[in-house]
Design a protein around this ligand. Structure first.
Ligand code: ATP
Length: 315
């Protein structure tokens, strides 16, 4: 029986700007996405049945057709019916290490891993760009999660331009286990409050997207200037999520008050908050200080760092 084990890393947003509305109902975004070494583990086996079966012990993750992993496998069966007939279904075991509904693209990176895994299992020989196109059908973050690293993401997040790797960026990440922020809620609330600021006409939207490729954060990444990268962190969604979730605001304020922290920001639609520090030892110090200040066991804290890849085949 053939099987593959894949590592599916989370992402953080170093930058997230909402620039306007799109005809498809999504938002036009300008983002910088960054893979981190906090990752889920996924095993995919060729099954002898025609079924897609998911085994996952995490209480917040469904084992049914609503799991993004299921949707990714189902997409492959529809796109490649001959291979599906030939090789049959798949059994998928998912070990979640990435906090769920955290703004860390947990489900998206799992879906990306399934696309990569089934490509291997069925000997499809798809290119990275073909995998990314399939990923775009599943969710805006899935195309990035395939190759990962550091990238500009525009459109609804699916138009990617790779950037030089930001390595040596040490991170402390906090997420309240029981706190979930719905991504659709965050964007809807933003539209209600700030929709009047959106760029409306298509030419101006395209110009903004284009200009973003040479802005301060992008330059800081090209120059590998960690201090400037930290300084340029930005996330528009903080404007709606922080007022609605005082616990998240407090965590962010606490991170900001630590002398080792260069800067702190919510990732994606939250509620995870990350802080940038200069070294792994400083990350440990900050983690301990936050733990002492908030002894609540519901708060999960991680030390992690940026990585230059997305989905990895471990065996
Ligand atoms: P993003 O950053 O892409 O918005 P997220 O990190 O905020 O995503 P996820 O962890 O992907 O959010 O979870 C969002 C919802 O999707 C949860 O309510 C969860 O139950 C559901 N879900 C479906 N499949 C998965 C999966 N494979 N892993 C995690 N959550 C999943």
């Amino acid at each position: 029986m053939r099987k593959y084990k894949l590592i599916a890393p989370a992402k953080i947003n170093l930058y997230l700007e909402i620039i306007g509305s799109r005809a498809d109902g999504f938002h036009e975004l300008a983002m910088i996405l960054q893979s981190i070494n906090l990752a889920d583990e996924i095993e995919i086996h060729a099954a002898s049945t025609e079924n897609i079966r998911i085994y996952c012990q995490h209480p917040q993750v469904p084992n049914d057709k609503t799991n993004l992993v299921y949707r990714a496998a189902e997409l492959m069966t529809k796109e490649f019916p001959d291979a599906f007939n030939n090789f049959g279904g798949v059994d998928i075991t998912l070990i979640k290490n990435i906090p769920v509904a955290a703004g860390l693209a947990g489900g998206s990176t799992n879906a990306a891993a399934i696309l990569v895994g089934i490509d291997l299992l069925w000997n499809l020989g798809l290119t990275e760009s073909e995998l990314q196109q399939l990923g775009g059908k599943l969710g805006s973050d899935v195309p990035f999660c395939i190759a990962g690293g550091t990238a500009i993401a525009t459109g609804r997040g699916e138009k990617l331009s790779p950037l030089p790797t930001v390595d040596n960026l040490h991170i402390v990440l906090g997420k309240y286990r029981s706190l979930e922020v719905s991504t659709p809620w965050a964007y809807k609330s933003y539209r209600e409050k700030f929709g009047h600021t959106y760029i409306a006409d298509q030419d101006s939207l395209a110009a903004r997207s284009h200009a973003f490729h040479s802005e301060a954060m992008v330059k800081a990444i090209y120059n590998h200037n960690i201090g400037e990268i930290a300084h340029q962190l930005h996330n528009d969604l903080e404007k709606v999520v922080l007022p609605a979730y005082p616990q998240v605001l407090r965590l962010r304020e606490l991170f900001a008050a630590q002398p080792q922290v260069l800067n702190t920001m919510m990732s994606g639609s939250g509620p995870s908050v990350f802080a940038i520090v200069e070294s792994a030892s400083q990350a440990e110090i900050v983690k301990q200080k936050i733990r002492s200040a908030i002894p609540d066991p519901d708060l999960e804290l991680f030390t992690t760092h940026t990585i230059e890849h997305g989905i990895e085949i471990s065996s």
